[in-house]
Every structure is written in C-alpha cells, then in structure tokens.
Design a protein around this ligand. Structure first.
Ligand SMILES: [Zn+2]
Length: 128
C-alpha cells in the first residue's frame, strides 16, 4: 500500500522513493544534517542542499536529511546563506523561534557572537 508522506513537499513525494528516504535517513546516522538532532524516518524532512528553486536537482547527492525546525529556517537558502542567517541572528534580539534554533546549535550561551556556525554534516566529515 502506498502511504503519502506529508512531511515531504508535494513535488518531491513522487521523486523520493522509500529506498531513497531510507538512504537519506542514514546519511548522517539518522540525524539532521544541520543541527545534528536525532530524527526518526517519519520526522525527517528532505532538504535540497542547492535549493530546487535555484535549479538544484532532485538527485540524492543534492538532498540532505533535515529536521522540521532547520528546514523551516533554511527554506530556499544555500548552505552559506543559512549559515550567514544564523550568525546574523546572534547579534540581534531574537524571536522565540530563532532562540529554539540557536539553542539546538548550542549557540545560545555564546557571548560575542563570533563563534563560527558548524553544521552537523561538517563536524562529521572533520572526524572522518
Ligand atoms: Zn536540524
């Protein structure tokens, strides 16, 4: 039986087979590629590393497992823009939503805002 997964944007539903989803889920040890939070296959959203709106492909190499919160903030940003956006928030008065995201990145106790934002997939590749 085919079960529609509402966590995946409509246009991706047809392209993301259960096999690809399972592969993506294991890409970073069942964790969000950005904040590193452990996510279940059901919770996982699919992020385009290079945004689909800017011509990014639906190839698995361009897809990252992503938690709901990170995906909501990354939206159509590139990885560089997402990082800039997070760093920019550190120097501002933040909303509760941004506080939650920064807390997930372990940045909320940072005093001067000069600590670089390191995504989970980057930490993982450094340790290899
Ligand atoms: Zn995340």
């Amino acid at each position: 039986m085919f079960v529609m997964d509402l966590n995946i944007p409509r246009k991706l539903r047809l392209l993301t087979t259960p096999k690809i989803k399972s592969l993506l889920h294991r890409k970073y040890n069942k964790r969000c590629a950005y904040c590193g939070e452990e996510i279940t296959l059901k919770e996982m959203t699919v992020d385009h590393i290079h945004p689909a709106s800017l011509g990014g492909s639906n190839d698995p190499e361009n897809l990252n497992p992503c938690c709901y919160v990170c995906n909501g903030f990354k939206k159509d940003l590139s990885i560089g823009e997402f990082r800039d956006e997070i760093e920019e928030q550190l120097s501002k008065t933040i909303t509760k939503q941004w506080f939650n995201l920064l807390y997930k990145f372990d940045l909320i106790n940072v005093g001067d805002g000069n600590i670089p934002v390191v995504f989970y997939f980057e930490k993982i590749s450094r340790n290899k």
